[in-house]
Design a protein around this ligand. Structure first.
Ligand code: MG
Length: 453
């Protein structure tokens, strides 16, 4: 049986005046949120999201990935509703990345925005989540390199965030909990300063998760601390082997004031003072003291311009259903086209009627419907190549009439070729085609077999 053992740390950083990050450690659920918005909006958004996520997840039911998704949707609604009710909060939003040990046991991971979740497995660090920002999409599309992305002027433009629309698409990932694996949740203040190699070595050097979290935050501060930094380190442990595991073992370090998480209780969201920034992005505040480094541009929102991966939401299910409907409709259309026509052809020297198209359509072959009483010796020689290629008709009756017309034309030619008699016929003035239409509209070709009724 596996369990989680965690430690966390947060810091305002060296440039910003307020910490708009919040985080949660309420076993078995851990999360990081990085709020954005003018006035107090950023910290309100991240705190509201964390609180709603915790309440939704812990309120009822067995822990499951679905429960985590629903809790995240409730968090989105909580931020959206608060923004709608308070004009000064309009436009606020937050990232949200979370991991929970759920039934299975499995690790359910959700992500919205550009906070990140990594796993350290067998000395290798792997980012599980995908950043929902413009430069990450440009890298994914091959338009810029990861190195260019790190210094790109538009790297603050988000393409997805929690609380900025009534519904939000949520990325879901499911991982097997392997004892010894270490998961890292962080706001973007960490990877902006500390590269993956150094993150890996620090995670491996400090076995205690709280100490590892604190060291990572300290390292980001030493390297500039250009943004708020929040780190949660979650270890997968074998419960039987972990004698020290206790319900509220989480330790929080850093400059935030917090209390250990109470089981099932409200999230210990960490709130700092408000960052005085707007949501339009761009410039640092103009009243920044000249001897202080300028605050980085705050993040701004932009609607995603392409679908993202691993999205398990109602919207995606709708797209899948629509796709299936289109595929099934197209297949039905092909079958209808292939089967809605008849043609007169040859089977050996016998004149027959098929249902379908000559040669078939996309593997749907014609089927034999009638074997007429006529063979190639009962029609004009000039008709044989047409029959060999297949003469299409709209219906079975039309096909039978066509066969009859061929035979009538043949009989007329025979009569015309015969010596004159005392009773000349009048058919010499009538074309074969006209004769059939005028004299035998309802006369079907003699039928000897019906291969398919
Ligand atoms: Mg940030």
């Amino acid at each position: 049986m596996v369990a989680l053992r965690a430690g966390a740390a947060t810091h305002v950083g060296q440039v910003r005046t307020n910490n708009q990050d919040s985080h949660l450690a309420a076993d078995p659920l851990y999360a990081v949120a990085d709020g954005m918005g003018g006035a107090a909006a950023g910290e309100v958004a991240s705190a509201l999201a964390i609180e709603a996520l915790s309440n939704g997840f812990h309120r009822s039911g067995e822990p499951s990935a679905d429960l985590l998704i629903h809790a995240a949707q409730a968090a989105n609604r909580a931020v959206w509703d608060e923004a709608a009710a308070n004009p000064e909060m309009r436009g606020m939003g937050t990232t949200l990345v979370a991991i929970a040990l759920v039934d299975g046991p499995e690790l359910a991971i959700i992500n919205i925005g550009d906070s990140r979740l990594y796993v350290l497995h067998d000395h290798e660090l792997r980012q599980i989540t995908f950043d929902h920002n413009l430069v990450a999409e440009m890298v994914a599309e091959g338009r810029i390199t990861p190195a260019e992305a790190e210094v790109h002027p538009r790297r603050n433009i988000m393409t997805r965030a929690l609380g900025v629309e009534p519904e939000v698409a949520i990325d879901l990932f499911v991982e097997e909990p392997v004892p010894g694996d270490r998961y890292l949740l962080c706001s973007d203040g960490l990877p902006r300063e500390v590269h993956d190699g150094l993150i890996t070595s620090l995670l491996e050097r400090f076995s205690d998760p709280a100490e590892a979290a604190r060291e990572l935050v300290d390292e980001a501060n030493r390297r500039g601390g250009g943004d708020n930094i929040t780190v949660v380190v979650v270890d997968i442990v074998d419960q039987a082997d972990d004698a020290t595991l206790a319900a509220n073992e989480l330790t929080v370090a850093g400059d935030a004031t917090t209390a250990p998480a109470a089981p099932g209780g409200p999230a210990p969201a960490l709130l700092e003072a408000v960052r005085d920034a707007d949501t339009t992005g761009g410039e640092a505040p103009s009243d920044q003291p000249p001897d202080q480094p300028a605050e980085p541009a705050p993040a701004t929102w932009r609607l995603p311009n392409r679908p993202t991966r691993s999205v398990l939401t109602g919207r995606v299910v709708g797209f899948v259903l629509l796709f299936l409907i289109i595929v099934i409709g197209a297949a039905a259309g092909v079958v209808w086209y292939a089967r809605s026509s008849y043609f007169v052809g040859l089977k050996g020297s016998q004149i027959v009627i098929y249902q379908g198209r000559p040669g078939g359509v996309l593997g749907i072959n014609p089927t034999l419907r009638r074997t007429t009483a006529y063979s190639t010796s009962d029609v004009l020689d000039s008709a044989v190549p047409v029959l060999r290629a297949g003469k299409e008709e709209a219906s079975l009756t039309d096909a039978e009439n066509y066969v009859q017309s061929l035979h009538n034309a043949y009989q007329e030619s025979q009569q015309n070729a015969a010596p004159p008699t005392t009773t000349p016929t009048s058919s010499t003035t009538v074309s074969p085609t006209t004769t059939v239409a005028a004299t035998t509209p309802a006369t079907a070709a003699p039928v000897t077999t019906a291969a398919q009724p």
